[in-house]
Design a protein. Structure first.
Lengths: 433, 230
């Protein structure tokens, strides 16, 4: 089938993920490619410059497929990448499109054997009459070669579109979630998976709610959470039952009657959920806010931060142009003290949970040169307008930051702005108002 | 409650800023927009189920709102001192779906009184309580032919494109469609069949004052009376 996309659309970044040490950063794009960046070790010659990220490996993870039964294309877009904890010299990651999850192994080769007895340097068989003595092949250094190979393909597990994958803390299993079901896989077994959540109604006419995101608890291998399009979170315990349809805990905030509109449900839909590194909290993103939930309190979030409340009066327009369905991700910093999420106009927001300060920054070539300090931005909503303020009406809704990632330990963030990747290594404190 | 950003009527040379569109116009516009969105499924790629479900839920809400609205209008003629803004203000009416209003006979505030569930409270006529019921998502204030046709088209499109996505989301709207003539001429069966009777009365566009599911010729006469008066 001919592709109807313009060439540049394949480069749109669709997911960003640091590995567990932060040494590697993987991005996936709409064209099914994965690009892995590696942080260069800090140079001894310039101790003040922190290690920068350079391309380490690029490979084609998924190809477009055609489902002949439904006469529908299966997009090759990479929806999510998750790194496996490193267990040996190799690095492994899971990448998924709408239907198929793949396990990739990334290995380095920096030596090669030389001095074979039967073959020459080019691999051709030697004339045996020229061989007068035997030698032991030795390993000699060579230019670093990064090799990537698909080790497992987990196919045919999902009828609906996969929106999340999450590796369990046991490092042996992982889960994949689509709109209506969540499956548990063993990393070594590709021909079967266990269904642990199924919210598909007997009659599809009764469908009113879908699964939007899910994640395993970082420490308790039996716990996981999934979010819904109605704004609720369900924390499930796999020890309780084989099919975790009955949640252990339901986290839901009562609706604010004063803010109700026909769009209330849409803007309450949770687009991303992330456990804190400590495992004590969850972070959710809905259209206008990010919320922090305490695992011990189901009635309401403990903190709510407004990302772009000025859009509340524009919901109808945003519904019309489909922006209201944009799925923004959210992220914790390493110490769980700052949370980050993207917005429109290539803005992204950071909220310091302790100081309650927040900042709006922009990811764009024009406003940031290498090693320059990012300038805080402001959206004005009427009233006094400062010199560099942007008015709500001049926001560019085509430039949106949906995917962001925070280094697990340091203040390094990766921001995907359409087909550009920005990596900022600024100290967070200096950016707060 | 309604967001700005919808197309506004032209001011026709007035200096003052144009008045915001009426609530019902906004709501209708939103409903039309939603139906179009549901119809526009990608040709090659499976539609996004989450988006479809959210839009369908929005359409349901709009339908409910429309049906509540229509129910209020007949007992009290439209524009009788109640502007669209006041209906906007009565958020508790907007909030509550017809199901939640079972058995409630609270005093009408600016939005009108909630409707007891017809099927659950038979035989208790109430003079002016508006009627609505779950599962019979009818609305009376616009040509049903057009709406029905749009829904059918959507169903068809959705089913052919992505059978699993949003299957028959509006199945509850495909009840029998009796037109007014049928009701007035008593074509709708002589036997008291709760479901049919209700749907016939409902499709006449006039909420019967009686809450009984059983069809009653006396009620039909009353309905005709009201229709004629308005």
């Amino acid at each position: 089938m001919p592709s109807h996309r313009v060439p540049s659309e394949a480069d749109v970044i669709s997911t960003v993920e640091f590995n567990h040490t932060g040494e590697l950063l993987a991005t996936g794009d709409k064209g099914g490619r994965v690009v892995v960046f590696q942080r260069e070790p800090e140079s001894k010659n310039a101790p003040h410059s922190q290690g920068e990220y350079d391309v380490y490996s690029t490979f084609q993870s998924h190809e477009p497929e055609f489902d002949y039964l439904k006469s529908l294309e299966i997009e090759e877009k990479i929806n999510k990448i998750k790194w496996l904890p490193q267990q040996n010299a190799a690095h492994s990651l899971l990448s998924t499109n709408d239907k198929t999850i793949k396990l990739w192994k990334i290995t380095e080769r920096d030596k090669r054997p030389e001095g074979y007895n039967l073959k020459d340097e080019e691999g051709k068989l030697k004339d045996l009459s020229t061989v007068t003595s035997l030698q032991v092949p030795v390993l000699k250094p060579m230019d670093l070669m990064v090799e990537v190979s698909p080790r497992r393909v987990f196919a045919n597990g999902h009828t609906y579109h996969i929106n999340s994958i999450s590796v369990n803390s046991d490092c042996e299993t992982y889960m994949s979630a689509d709109d209506l079901r969540i499956n548990l896989w063993h990393l070594a077994i590709t021909d079967r998976s266990f269904n642990i959540v199924d919210i598909k109604p007997a009659n599809m006419e009764d469908l009113t709610e879908v699964i939007t995101a899910s994640e395993f608890h970082p420490h308790h291998c039996n716990l996981f959470v999934y979010s819904s399009s109605k704004g609720s979170l369900r924390l499930c315990d796999m020890r309780a039952a084989a099919l975790c349809d009955k949640h252990s805990k339901l986290f839901e905030e009562p609706e604010d009657p004063s803010n109700r509109s026909f769009f209330s449900e849409i803007i309450s839909s949770v687009s991303d959920v992330k456990f804190s590194h400590s495992g004590r909290y969850m972070l959710t993103r809905d259209y206008l806010t990010v919320k922090v939930w305490d695992l011990n309190m189901e009635a309401r979030p403990i903190e709510t931060y407004q990302v772009h409340d000025y859009l509340r009066s524009k919901l109808c327009s945003l519904y019309e142009n489909d922006c209201i369905f944009d799925k923004f991700e959210c992220a914790w910093n390493g110490s769980d003290s700052v949370i980050m999420t993207g917005a429109y106009n290539n803005f992204f927001r950071m909220f310091d949970r302790n100081t309650k300060r927040d900042v709006t920054l922009e990811a764009s070539r024009e406003s940031s040169k290498p090693r320059a300090v990012l300038k805080p931005r402001r959206v004005c909503v009427g009233g006094k307008r400062r010199r560099d303020d942007i008015s709500v009406d001049s926001l560019d809704f085509t430039r949106k930051i949906l995917h962001t990632a925070w280094h697990p330990a340091e203040n390094i963030i990766a921001i995907a702005a359409t087909n550009n990747l920005y990596i900022f290594q600024d100290k967070v404190n200096s950016e707060m108002h | 409650m309604f967001a700005r950003g919808l197309k506004r009527k032209s001011a026709d040379g007035e200096d003052s800023p144009p008045a915001p569109p009426s609530y019902s116009l906004q709501r209708q516009s939103l409903l039309d927009m939603s139906l179009v969105k549901l119809q526009l499924c990608h040709m090659l790629v499976e539609p996004n189920l989450c988006r479809s479900v959210l839009i369908a839920n929005t359409v349901r809400q709009l339908q409910e709102d429309l049906s509540l609205d229509a129910a209020w209008r007949l007992p009290a003629p439209p524009g009788a001192g109640r502007g669209p803004l006041e209906r906007l203000v009565s958020t508790d009416i907007l909030c509550r779906s017809p199901w939640e209003q079972q058995g409630g006979h609270s005093a009408p505030d600016s939005g009108g009184s909630p409707a007891p569930d017809l099927c659950e409270l038979p035989g208790a006529p109430s003079a002016q309580a508006p009627r609505s019921a779950p599962g019979c998502a009818w609305e009376a204030d616009r040509p049903r032919g057009g709406f029905q046709a749009s829904l059918d088209q959507i169903l068809e499109t959705l089913e052919s494109r992505a059978p699993r996505a949003a299957e028959g989301l509006f199945a509850d709207v495909d009840g029998p469609y009796y037109d007014l003539d049928a009701v007035l001429t008593g074509m709708v069966g002589a036997k008291a069949v709760p479901g049919d009777g209700f749907e016939a009365l409902a499709s006449a566009g006039a909420p019967p004052p009686g809450s009984s599911c059983k069809r009653d010729l006396g009620e039909l006469d009353h309905v005709v009376e009201i229709l004629v008066e308005t």
